[in-house]
Design a protein around this ligand. Structure first.
Ligand code: FNR
Length: 340
């Protein structure tokens, strides 16, 4: 059951179109005709909590846990190595339950021995399982994913969400590596961000809607789809604006439907320190192979550098002070929530 689910997720993620809007078309960067900077001095280096990265772009958690996923993870890891990106693996619970699945995750470390590799588990994980996941791939950090609507839509999914913050907090205290709490595409709002911050969580990936939708993916797997729920969640732009007051000072990652370097820079200008992409990289790999993926990532990095230069921002931190204009539905949301 578990094994075929991994491949079903990949199949549906590739065949379903991104759902809704990521909200970043409502975010406009104010041009700077006098940037007073040289392109060669612009640095992509960034820091998420205690984790130093040479690029703000990361390959977000996707897969592992089935025989067929080993080749995908291996290719993603080579692309990460060749472009200097950090990479997260998919949920490792299947390999904790079945040791024969470990190779499909460990290939990522094997292909990229010196890179930044991030472990991944769901919020149901115990501290012992978290330590095992980190150890399995000699991870530099651990992502704990939140995916309530996905679990609810999965017939075999979790039904009891009590005690999540306490469990994550215990893991963060003892994991020995930085812990990043992430959504998978439904978005994190300010109230949840504040609870996680108070519980000692250093870094948050807002995981907003507008890209891969796990509601649509689970509906495609259900015998009785509940299609109205495909739109569940808040956009990536909204999630960034919701979480920035709590995590905007060095602990926030943007993700959910990001498509290019311009959207990466918009996310960083809203206060993020890094930007994750999953579905886009999977699609590039499927359509254009490893070389196409590497080319795509290189283009996104170049776009990011060019936009930073055009804004006169030499570092990710300088982007936080660049003026942005928020329009449309996104500014209406901010007004209604008192986020101005
Ligand atoms: C995912 N994602 C994911 N996230 C996670 O924390 N653990 C996981 O095991 C998975 N598995 C997974 C499989 C596949 C096939 C995809 C495409 C994605 C979610 C992913 O990390 C990300 O949060 C969302 O996909 C939203 O980003 P994009 O795809 O819109 O860039």
């Amino acid at each position: 059951m578990r094994i075929s689910r991994k491949m079903e997720h990949i199949h549906h993620a590739l065949s379903l179109r991104p759902q809704g809007r990521n909200g970043l078309s409502d975010v406009r960067l104010v041009p700077n005709a006098l940037p007073d900077i040289s392109l060669s001095s612009v640095s992509l280096a960034t820091r998420i909590g205690e984790l130093n990265l040479s690029s703000p772009i990361l390959i977000n958690a996707m897969t592992g846990g089935a025989q067929e996923t080993e080749a995908i993870n291996g290719q993603l890891a080579v692309a990460a190595r060749e472009t200097g990106l950090a990479m997260a693996v998919g949920s490792q619970m299947s390999a904790i339950k079945d040791k024969s699945m470990r190779a499909s995750y460990q290939v990522v470390r094997k292909m990229n021995p010196d890179g930044i590799v991030i472990a991944n588990l769901g919020a149901e994980a115990t501290l012992e399982q978290a330590l095992e996941a980190v150890d399995m791939i000699s991870a530099d950090a651990l992502q704990i994913h939140l995916n309530v609507m996905q679990e609810l839509l999965m017939p075999e999914g979790e039904r009891d969400f009590q005690g999540t913050v306490e469990r994550i907090s215990r893991i963060a205290e003892a994991a020995g590596v930085p812990v990043i709490v992430k959504e998978v595409g439904f978005g994190i709002a300010g109230e949840a961000a504040a609870r996680l911050k108070a519980a000692g969580i250093q870094a948050l990936d807002v995981g907003g809607s507008g890209g891969t939708s796990f509601a649509a993916i689970e509906n495609a797997r259900r015998s009785r789809p509940l299609q109205a729920l495909n739109q569940w969640g808040c956009s990536t732009a909204v999630a960034l604006l919701e979480c920035a007051p709590v995590y905007g000072n060095g602990g926030m990652i943007a993700s959910g439907g990001l498509r290019n370097g311009l959207e990466v820079v918009k996310s960083l200008a809203l206060g993020a320190s890094a930007a994750g992409m999953a579905g886009l990289f999977l699609r590039l790999l499927q359509q254009s192979g490893l070389e196409g993926l590497i080319r795509g990532i290189t283009e996104i990095k170049e776009e990011t550098l060019l936009v930073m230069s055009a804004l006169g921002a030499g570092t990710v931190q300088e982007l936080w002070n660049c003026p942005v204009v928020i329009l449309g539905e996104t500014v209406e949301w901010c007004r209604a929530r008192g986020l101005e």
